[in-house]
Write a new protein. Structure first.
Length: 275
């Protein structure tokens, strides 16, 4: 079985560099998908309260027979649950649905700046971490302006910022800010939900290595140190997306993929997305 590399978060916790995302997988299909992903070798699963499939993830974990400490489970607090009390309650609800007694990583899903409640939620996450109820805390879709306010609280610096990242939307300003502050960058929609798989530059690089377009793109992410969480309900693709550890893109190939930046956002813009 593939040995998945880890990155060390700013609090010393090791996080697998490749995980399995379950956005848009219906709850009643999630157990089967996660079971197949665990069989393929994934040990890190990325879900969220708003995905409505934490129960399906939990059923797969329970059925897997894997020791809890072999797994790295992430969930996220949704915008409607920003604020201290609501975030603490949302965490308890996610744990219950997952059938777990701790998470490896808990993220604020979106800053939702108009609600101005993410700082309160952050302090709730710090309380959970201090009580030993979660191993690492972080954020998702945070722009540097949101991170600056959070860091100015003087408490815990987020371990992770999970943001949309793929060749068509690289968000280098965010990645640079993250790196400068010891925050790991985790790429969501690392394949742009498929939108970058037919690009001629991607096809050429894939062909040069005898690999698939998805593998070329995932390799580009890994070589830049990002955590990736590709989603697939197709077992052959689950395996394909993990089989990216035994080839190397050249500097020119990395640059050719860098050149695909086209402000190709697939999701909402965090600057003005409030749920
Ligand atoms: P991805 O970029 O992972 O792309 C998933 C799509 O690509 C699916 O349609 C899948 O098809 C297809 N696909 C997967 N692997 C291959 C392959 N090897 N060859 C061809 N097609 C492939 O999109 P997601 O939006 O799902 O992002 C990944 C994860 O990121 C999510 O599942 C979620 O966990 C997280 N996320 C977080 C967000 C946030 O706000 N924090 C927002 C969005 C996502 P199929 O399944 O049919 O095989």
């Amino acid at each position: 079985m593939t040995s998945i590399p880890t990155i060390t978060l700013n609090n010393g916790v090791a996080m697998p560099q490749i995980g399995f995302g379950v956005f848009q997988v219906p709850n009643d299909e999630t157990e089967q998908a996660v079971t197949a992903a665990l069989a393929a070798g994934y040990r890190s699963i990325d879900t969220a309260a708003v995905y409505g499939n934490e129960e399906g993830v939990g059923r797969a974990i329970a059925a897997s027979g894997l020791a809890r400490e072999e797994l790295f489970i992430t969930s996220k607090v949704w915008i409607a649950d920003l604020g201290r009390e609501a975030t603490l309650a949302a965490y308890a609800d996610s744990l219950a649905k997952l059938g777990l007694d701790y998470l490896d990583l808990y993220l604020i899903h979106w800053p939702a700046p108009a609600t101005d409640a993410y700082l309160e939620s952050w302090q709730a996450l710090e309380e959970l971490a201090a009580a030993g109820r979660v191993r690492a805390i972080g954020v998702s879709n945070f722009l540097p302006e949101h991170l600056e306010r959070l860091i100015a609280l003087g408490g815990t610096v987020p371990a992770v910022n999970q943001v949309e990242t793929h060749p068509a939307l690289q968000q280098r300003d965010i990645a640079t800010f993250n790196a400068a502050n010891g925050i790991a960058t985790e790429a969501w929609s690392p394949l742009a939900q498929g939108a970058v798989l037919t690009d001629p530059a991607v096809l050429a690089i894939a062909a040069a290595h005898g690999r698939t377009p998805a593998q070329a793109i995932l390799r580009w992410h890994l070589q830049q140190g990002r955590v990736i969480i590709p989603k697939s309900v197709t077992p052959s693709r689950m395996a394909e997306n993990l089989d990216v550890l035994d080839f190397e893109l050249s500097a020119d190939e990395l640059a050719a993929l860098d050149a695909l930046e086209r402000d190709g956002r697939t999701g909402p813009n965090p600057a003005d997305f409030n749920g």
